[in-house]
Ligand binder design. Structure first.
Ligand code: FMN
Length: 398
């Protein structure tokens, strides 16, 4: 039997400050500081407290080659080694630990940079309801935020006195400017309106569809797709998973969009109430977003990007930038069709991945967008300072 350190592991000395009555009784400030050394284990999305001795032991065990279990146990004690295996910090080749080994292998094979793997897998939410009113209480308006946090850094950075600036000519404007200016994050969907299949098809094709494809002959079957947004390395690792709540003649449920065939792949039919519940949980209880007739999960297949950018410190950043570009294309496409759209990273990745049956060690959600018709009246604030979408009395512009 052999062991090796899991492929990706980080240690964090975490500090927490606790209220402490004993400290007050002793004339102190009433606070107690606790330091814990945590091992962050991305393949399990778990953090576990370790002693300095355990950390030193782990640091001395290679992750790329196997070490004899019996020799390690003889040196450090069988209980210590067994415990590290049980917590997924050490990977063991015994059959009873096959599940942990498979998880570690999938992450290892994906060519993650360790810092990025920790950032991604420890940034995922499960069961968070940040949109609940009681969660948001005190953070509803900019005034609330300033009262709590003080003034933010200024909106723009200046590098010269006003008198020494070089004024630029007035910008040229075209119909594109009018489109850009109407783009406003929608928090007021018409909860009854149904999207047509044409609208859905147009949106998916503009944002995720293959606008062209190139076969690269290198002995294999490599195809490079062209989308309406740029993608690092031209790899387009982002897929679209759809929660269809109200689309004309399309059963309510979960779908995957296939960009080359421009077709939906049905994954699971859902009763409308279950789809609504999943939509709400997906966007962390932001009810104004969950009301969209269609929500789209941006899910990145990390091994596709990391195939080129192996163990690369910038690769994860590139995948998040890819999603940002797709999201802006989605916003503009929706605006052009007279629809409202949103994007949010406040999402419960774990619940989304479970609902769609995604293996998060291969393909993971980074953001959720949605689109649909706006309601006739604005109930939730939108940022429309020029009044291009809403009138002052809260009624929608034509
Ligand atoms: C990456 C990203 C995440 C966002 N997340 C949220 C969110 O969780 N909730 C929300 O109400 N708006 C969210 N927004 C929308 C922003 O609040 C919005 O873009 C901003 O207020 C400016 O308004 P505008 O998009 O109408 O110009 C997000 C925007 C981006 C780009």
């Amino acid at each position: 039997m052999h062991v090796r350190r899991c492929a990706h592991l980080m240690f964090e000395p975490r500090e927490s400050v606790q209220f402490d009555l004993d400290s007050i009784a002793a004339g102190g400030d009433g606070l107690r500081t606790e330091l814990t050394l945590l091992a962050l284990v991305p393949h399990r999305r778990e953090e576990t407290a370790v002693s300095a001795k355990e950390a030193a032991l782990l640091a001395g065990i290679p992750s790329t080659t196997w070490t004899d279990y019996a020799a390690l146990a003889a040196h450090h004690g069988a209980a210590v080694v067994q415990d590290l295996v049980a917590r997924g910090l050490l990977i063991c080749d015994a059959p009873e630990h096959a599940a942990d080994r498979a998880r570690d292998d999938r992450l290892r094979d994906a060519n993650w940079h360790t810092l990025s793997a920790a950032q991604h897998y420890f940034g995922c939410w499960n069961g968070v309801r940040s949109g609940d009113e009681n969660q948001r209480a005190g953070y509803l308006t900019l005034q609330d935020l300033i009262a709590k946090l003080g003034e933010p850094p200024p909106p723009v950075q200046t590098h010269a006195a006003a008198g020494s600036r070089l004024p630029l000519p007035s910008p040229q404007t075209t119909a594109f400017d009018a489109l850009l200016q109407r783009r406003t994050t929608c928090r007021n969907f018409d909860a009854d309106a149904v999207l047509t299949q044409h609208e859905l098809a147009t949106m998916l094709h503009r944002v995720f569809g293959a606008q062209g494809a190139l076969r690269v002959t290198g002995g294999g079957d490599t195809t490079v797709i062209k989308r309406n947004s740029p993608s690092g390395g031209g790899l387009h690792p982002t897929g679209a998973y759809v929660i269809a709540q109200r689309v004309d003649a399309l059963p309510c449920g979960l779908y995957h969009y296939e960009p080359l065939a421009h077709a939906l792949e049905p994954l699971r039919a859902l009763p409308p109430a279950d789809a609504a519940d999943l939509a709400l949980r997906s966007v962390a209880a932001q009810a104004y977003f969950a009301a969209a007739p269609v929500l789209v999960v941006f899910a990145v297949r990390f091994p596709r990007n990391f195939w080129k950018y192996r163990n690369h410190a910038k690769a994860y950043r590139v995948t998040t930038l890819d999603v940002g570009h797709l999201s802006q294309t989605l916003y503009l496409s929706a605006t052009d069709l007279g629809l409202g759209a949103f994007v949010t990273a406040a999402i419960n990745e774990v619940e989304i991945e479970q609902a769609f049956g995604l293996d998060p060690l291969v393909e993971s959600a980074l953001a959720v967008s949605g689109f649909g018709r706006r309601a006739a009246r604005r109930e939730t604030p939108e940022f429309d300072p020029r009044g291009l979408v809403w009138r002052d009395d809260g009624s929608r512009m034509a």
